[in-house]
Design a protein around this ligand. Structure first.
Ligand code: AMP
Length: 293
């Protein structure tokens, strides 16, 4: 495995890779969720490139950029064990040198859900991913279902700007109690960590209700609310039902799949989770078909 912080050296090494290339973009603090993206990339491609960059442009001033966990040495070991061929670890100054002035904005799909709570977040994400697509030239790029809106926004950008890349969406990897793995889970106190399993319970409750024929959007949202309300440490930020392809809010259910997303605070930490309904669609093929490609 080659590791470099230099963009020009990375581009040279990238050019020397043969065959189909899969890419995984991370902010480090790697966990099993990231490893599952890497393992799909390894299985489906001739070579795998990964990036580790905590992108300052996607954090607002009041967010946790300086607190973001940084574990470079162990991340590199994990990349190596996952069979990565080439890693880029650029500095913020290299990615955004003095005089940098471009931003890439995706309009409609960036606007609801997380976009409403984090103005400029998706501009930061999309700008860096456009740069990373140009640097890594992947045939396939692997993203996690956990950040479902992010992947829809990136897919839109890739289409609009003609990046010849397939966007693959890998199912959310969870702890044994169902909590979605996230680098931010380390900010939870032990009590909050235990309480946070309620998110998965709530998604499962809605999935169960859906499977039993409950297709009234307000009732499905109530099913989620009821489960979360029973957990005193949890404070609901939003629960939403959207069309997975357009992210338009669902007012009336059809037979088409829907994306159920939630954001819940535990003290100062806001956690996200989501699932497709029906629950049987939360696999790589259906997630990629509905949120990616
Ligand atoms: P991050 O390092 O948090 O920017 O995440 C890098 C990639 O890993 C993104 O595509 C995330 O959606 C994905 N990811 C993060 N957590 C998980 C998880 N629990 N399961 C699957 N993918 C994940």
């Amino acid at each position: 495995m080659r590791v470099t912080g230099s963009l020009s050296e990375f581009q040279e090494l990238r050019q020397a890779l043969n065959g189909r290339v899969g890419a995984v973009y991370t902010m480090g603090a790697l966990h099993v969720g990231h490893l599952s993206l890497l393992s799909h990339a390894r299985e489906e491609n001739d070579a795998v490139v990964a990036t580790l960059f905590v992108n300052p442009k996607q954090f607002a001033r009041n967010e946790d950029l300086s607190r973001y966990p940084r574990t470079l040495e162990s991340d590199l070991q994990k990349f190596e064990r996952a069979g990565v061929d080439l890693v880029l670890t650029p500095s913020p100054e290299m990615m955004y040198p003095p005089g940098f002035q471009t931003r890439v904005d995706v309009k409609i799909v960036s606007q609801g859900l997380e976009g409403e709570r984090r103005p400029d977040h998706f501009t930061g994400v999309v700008t860096v991913v456009a740069k990373l697509f140009n640097l890594t030239h992947p045939d396939r790029a692997y993203f996690g279902q956990k950040d479902a809106q992010q992947v829809v926004v990136i897919r839109q950008m890739a289409r609009d700007l003609n990046f010849p890349v397939e966007i693959i969406v890998c199912p959310t990897v969870r702890e044994t109690d169902g909590l979605a793995m996230s680098s931010r889970n380390v900010f939870l106190t032990p009590e909050q960590r235990q309480a946070a399993a309620v998110l998965y319970g709530a998604l499962q409750a809605a999935g169960g209700a859906y499977d039993q024929g409950e297709h009234v959007p307000a009732h499905l949202i109530e099913a989620v609310q009821d489960v979360i309300a029973a957990e005193p440490l949890a404070e609901i930020d939003y629960i939403a039902l959207n069309d997975p392809r357009t992210l338009s809010p669902i007012h009336q259910m059809t037979n088409l799949p829907v994306l159920l997303s939630l954001s819940v605070r535990f003290g100062a930490t806001r956690l996200l989770d989501n699932c497709l309904l029906p629950l049987s669609l939360n696999n790589l093929i259906d997630l990629t078909r509905l949120l990616g490609v």
